[in-house]
Design a protein around this ligand. Structure first.
Ligand code: ZN
Length: 145
């Protein structure tokens, strides 16, 4: 499915997710659910003056969804909301249609391989759809369905 290096990064982040846990003073929060696989993701953001100061997540799910959330939080910490939205667009392009979007995505490029597997795309994008809900301040729960 994916090459060994990519597999290693995904396994590492699914076993030891970064930025995992609640963020008590979060000012943006959203929940995501992928019923197809049973993945759940709650995202906590502390946004100040248009910048993401802190970001954490909680949830349970498969290796793809957990590692995607972990790598996403790593990539977004310290970024502006505009940069986060650009990254979101590029990531969704990468896993749904356009391999060339991998440029400037860094480690997030490891998910390029899921494009071939529509069911796995929902796992890889759950955290990112949840991010979009959090940035837009939507209160209701987000579902990939
Ligand atoms: Zn999954």
């Amino acid at each position: 499915m994916i090459n060994e290096l990519y597999q290693e990064i995904i396994l590492d982040h699914s076993k030891r997710p970064r930025n995992y846990g609640r963020l008590e003073d979060a000012n943006r929060q959203a929940e995501g659910y992928n019923p197809l696989c049973g993945d759940r993701c709650t995202l906590f953001l502390k946004e100040r003056d248009g910048r993401i100061d802190e970001i954490r997540f909680e949830g349970s799910g498969c290796a793809i969804s957990t590692s995607s959330a972990s790598l996403m939080t790593e990539a977004l910490k310290g970024k502006t909301v505009t940069e986060a939205e650009n990254l979101l667009t590029r990531f969704l392009d990468l896993v749904t249609k356009d391999q060339t979007a991998a440029e400037n995505l860094g480690k997030l490029a490891v998910f390029a391989g899921v494009r071939e597997f529509p069911a796995r795309v929902k796992c890889a994008t759950l955290a990112w759809h949840t991010l979009r809900a959090a940035l837009r301040g939507r209160k209701e729960a987000m579902s990939t369905e």
